[in-house]
Design a protein around this ligand. Structure first.
Ligand code: BES
Ligand code: MN
Ligand code: ZN
Length: 505
């Protein structure tokens, strides 16, 4: 399917479907009113008959509306006019997308993009419309059998246009469209990787995908094997990997499209392809969801895809430590002490707090070999973050307020929000160990502020960098499906980063 941005009158569109909104109490939007006038009251009549009341997400398709050139007019309920906001807008766009697929329409023009939202422009309206539509149309069918695959419904829609009120709005609409297409491409890659089960999405599989990315884009991929990790002294990462038969990989993807001497932004993502907890094994209920424990890593793949699509003139290096956390005769035991690449010794009191162990060495690697301008890591790190923030915001932790603010702003802009939590020294005291430099879980105030405790652990390895950590345990998947977050946030952040750099040049 291809998207377009246009500016034209709703009653004059020669397409299979024109989409307009109505608020509850049967209040038509401007576009709906235009069609009502052109048709001598056809819309008003249908509303009076009570076939659609404007409830958010409801849709009604009218055929052969007089005075229009379209085969169909779709009415989309927008709920109460005074409640209309960004979330409602996205829901209405998604509802129209889903209803459109129930029809045989091959092309459509949507007028919901005309609706004004406080503080937003038509770049945003179009961008969000495309993102919400792509999200609604995303399917993961890779794991269905051949027969089932053949029986899947095929979608007819080929051309989908979002309309903007004035011709002068076209350039910003176009910009919104191209940004959204790049972001959607990244989101959908992140979703695919996240949704793929642990037996298929192994560390080796992820490494192969990184090689593929390098074939499609100006990206250079390097894969470090366990023997390389041994040479580098990555005792922390290796301590998690040794409980599994799948060899661990440290995946490095360089997108160097900025000035040669410019330090890169490092994106480090937890690539735990399945987290059973190790000897500190997890309960059976919902353990299947731990196939999503590589979503931080997937967001690195997705974001690199998006910025490569956008051809951003910046340097970014993606680093994904990939391993399983399982149990065998060699698995780490509670109480084991390991030495990280940074030389910091770690008492592994709980083998299920493994994300921080693999990230510690990956972060040290980033610092040592790239001296990044800033380093952002993403991880499905703690259940505690889900308790604190739920599914709506990722947890944000940073040692630099400017970086934190820029990430929060980017999240607000694109609708992929984060919320900041502190990493004060008082929390750092909670990871004291009796025998090693630090413990991998809290020894003081155990069970309190779990998301922060994990963050201060990571901070031990990032003291020399401008660093931020996004705990995406609550946002990376919803139900049993990957969301592709925080690819939108990171891409928007890098778009802003690139634009700001341009200003200074
Ligand atoms: N991958 C999990 C975190 C997680 C749990 C994400 C539930 C999403 C939902 C992580 O490796 C983990 O097991 N963390 C432990 C840490 C604890 C042992 C200190 C947790 O959150 O329970
Ligand atoms: Mn774990
Ligand atoms: Zn984990």
């Amino acid at each position: 399917m291809e998207y377009f941005v246009k500016s034209g009158n709703p009653e004059k569109q020669r397409v299979a479907c024109v989409i307009v909104g109505i608020f509850d109490r049967r209040t038509p939007t401007e576009a709906a009113e235009t069609i009502d006038k052109a048709s001598d009251g056809a819309i008003g009549a249908v509303m009076r008959r009570g076939d659609i009341d404007g409830k958010l997400g409801s849709t009604l398709i009218l055929h052969n509306v007089p005075g229009t050139f379209a085969d169909r007019v779709m009415l989309v309920g927008l709920g109460k006019e005074r409640n209309f906001d960004e979330g409602v807008y996205r829901k209405a766009i998604a509802a129209s997308a889903k209803a459109l697929h129930q029809t045989g329409a091959i092309d459509a023009v949507n007028y919901l993009t005309h609706l004004p939202l406080k503080g937003r422009d038509f770049l945003w309206n179009v961008q969000q419309a495309v993102l919400a539509t792509e999200d609604a149309y995303y399917r993961f069918d890779e794991c269905r059998g051949e027969k089932a695959k053949q029986d899947l419904p095929s979608y007819k829609l080929e051309r989908y246009t979002f309309d903007v009120p004035r011709r002068s709005d076209l350039p910003s609409g176009e910009k919104g469209l191209s940004e959204a297409l790049a972001i959607s491409k990244g989101v959908s890659l992140a979703k695919n990787l996240g949704n793929l089960p642990g037996n298929l999405c192994t560390p080796t599989y992820l490494a192969e995908q990184a090689v593929k990315l390098a074939e499609q884009y100006p990206i250079v991929t390097k894969i470090l094997e366990e023997s390389d990790m041994e040479t580098l002294g990555m005792g922390s990462l290796l301590s998690v990997a040794k409980g599994s038969r799948q060899p661990a990989k440290l995946i490095i993807m360089e997108y160097l499209n900025g000035p040669k001497d410019e330090k890169p932004v490092a994106l480090v993502g937890k690539g735990l392809t399945f987290d059973a907890g190790g000897i500190s094994i997890k309960p059976a209920a919902r353990m299947d969801e731990m196939k999503f424990d590589m979503c931080g890593g997937a967001s690195v793949f997705g974001t690199l895809t998006a910025i490569a699509e956008l051809k951003l003139p910046i340097n970014v290096v993606g680093i994904v430590p990939a391993t399983e956390n399982l149990i065998n005769g060699q698995a780490s035991k509670p109480g084991d002490v390991v030495t990280s690449m940074a030389g910091i010794t770690i008492e592994v009191l709980n083998t299920d707090a493994e994300g921080r162990l693999i990230l510690a060495d990956a972060l040290t690697y980033a610092e040592k070999f790239y001296e990044p301008a800033q380093c952002i890591n993403m991880a499905t790190l703690t259940g505690a973050c889900v308790v604190a923030l739920g599914a709506h915001a990722s947890g944000l932790f940073s040692n630099q307020s400017g970086l934190a603010r820029a990430l929060l702003t980017a999240g607000e802009q694109i609708g992929d929000r984060a919320w900041e939590l502190p990493i004060w020294p008082e929390y750092d005291e909670q990871i004291k160990s009796d025998c090693a430099d630090i413990a991998n879980i809290a020894t003081i105030g155990a069970g309190e502020a779990g998301a922060i405790v994990a963050a201060v652990f990571l901070h031990r390895f990032t003291r020399k960098m401008k660093w931020a950590h996004l705990d995406i345990a609550g946002t990376a998947w919803k139900g049993k499906k990957s969301t592709g977050r925080p690819v939108p946030l990171l891409t928007q952040y890098l778009l802003n980063y690139s634009a700001k750099k341009g200003e200074h040049e």
